[in-house]
Write a protein that binds this ligand. Structure first.
Ligand code: ZN
Ligand code: ZN
Length: 361
């Protein structure tokens, strides 16, 4: 069954009258349209009762036709003198009561829709689409596998760019170029955290010069031409690192390995988080593992399911998510190891396979 039909049926079961989807991962998931996200309204309307239609600005009509390919959905173009929100109101059945909009729709668009449909009750479409997108199809798994292989090729050649005397930004620029050469359409983020910056999980890159004996966290993520994302972290050391760093790196490696070995359908996301957190806590580093274990990945780099402490979400075959524990000492150094895995019937397939042991360059 096509994704759009699955979404329509799920909406019907949930007693939702219409799904309204603006450009982004949800739109690409449903009809393959990688639309521009601009102020003019592009919106896929999936009513429960009548056929879906795609509202597009007239000047983007050729782009929509080119991107949609064989997908059969009626396209309704609107000229700049037309109010697209009135157009949607006019085409929806008069009694729509419950409307779900994609979670990333701009506020100005949500507010305009609410003004056009004052009697409708609005909610987030992720309550339906999140569940659909979480379980990957065989084709989506193949796409994520290709993304994983592409980012692995970049990590495998890191020694070409990562060396003492260079700045994080210089290294990040070379890595971004390599990501494009390895098959990505876009480098979304390139984290190169050296020395004390390695203790800041979402540090990107700065003009700091990388010095000898320093750990460097390299967390890189990009988008493949078909929209699917890569995301992998490895921690490197420029020459021999401090002894205290080596001690906790071994704990981190044991925790991450145990989590990959334990992940399987039937356990909860919270239980999977605990497998790594317990090992790190028992070694005395509990407070230094300050974030969740991981996040789902697909057409978005962060999506359901989130692997977070206490989560009752039950893992199931076809789910794709990261396993990325970290240990951080603010102002000194830190480390993280991240792989994307796919839940299989009895375990996981690991999509990132470069060595996880500390690589000393
Ligand atoms: Zn991640
Ligand atoms: Zn990452």
């Amino acid at each position: 069954m096509r994704q759009i039909e699955r979404a329509r049926r799920a909406a019907e079961i949930a007693e939702v009258d219409a799904l309204l989807i603006s450009p982004g991962a949800d739109l690409r998931y449903l009809i393959g349209y990688d639309a521009l996200l601009l102020e003019r309204l592009t919106c896929l309307v999936i009513p429960a009762a009548v056929d879906p239609f795609l509202v597009v600005p007239e000047l983007e009509l050729p782009a929509a036709h080119a991107s949609l390919g064989p997908v059969r959905v009626e396209i309704v173009a609107w000229a700049d003198t037309v109010d697209p929100y009135e157009l949607i109101r006019h085409r929806l059945p008069g009694n729509v009561g419950r409307i779900l909009v994609d979670n990333h729709m701009w506020a100005e668009k949500v507010l305009a829709l609410q003004a056009a449909l004052p009697r409708a009750h609005f909610g987030p479409a992720n309550t339906i689409l999140g569940d659909l997108r979480m379980r990957k199809t065989a084709q989506e798994i193949a796409s994520l596998r290709a993304a994983g292989a592409a980012i692995d090729r970049v990590h495998a050649e890191i020694n070409q760019w990562l060396s003492p005397g260079r700045t994080e930004r210089q290294v990040a620029r070379d890595i971004a170029d390599a990501m494009l050469q390895s098959g990505h359409a876009r480098a979304d983020f390139v984290i190169v955290g050296s020395g004390p910056n390695s203790a800041s999980p979402h540090h990107e890159a700065s003009d700091r010069m990388i010095g000898p004996g320093e750990p460097v966290v390299v967390d890189i993520s990009g988008t493949m031409p078909d929209g699917y994302r890569s995301d992998s972290t490895r921690t490197y050391s420029i020459g021999a690192p401090p002894a205290e760093f080596l001690a906790y790196y071994e704990v981190l490696l044991a925790a991450q390995s145990a989590q990959v070995a334990t992940a399987q359908p039937g356990i909860t996301a919270g239980e999977l988080d605990a497998v790594g957190r317990d090992i790190i806590t028992a070694a005395g580093y509990g407070p230094n593992f300050l974030h969740r274990t991981g996040h789902g990945i697909g057409l978005d780099v962060h999506e359901d399911p989130y692997i977070v402490a206490g989560s009752p979400r039950i893992l199931a075959t076809g789910m794709a998510f990261s396993i990325e524990p970290g240990i951080y000492f603010p102002g000194r150094h830190g480390a993280r190891i991240e792989d994307i895995v796919i839940c299989t019937d009895d375990g996981v397939e690991t999509l990132n396979n470069t060595p996880r042991q500390l690589r000393v360059l």
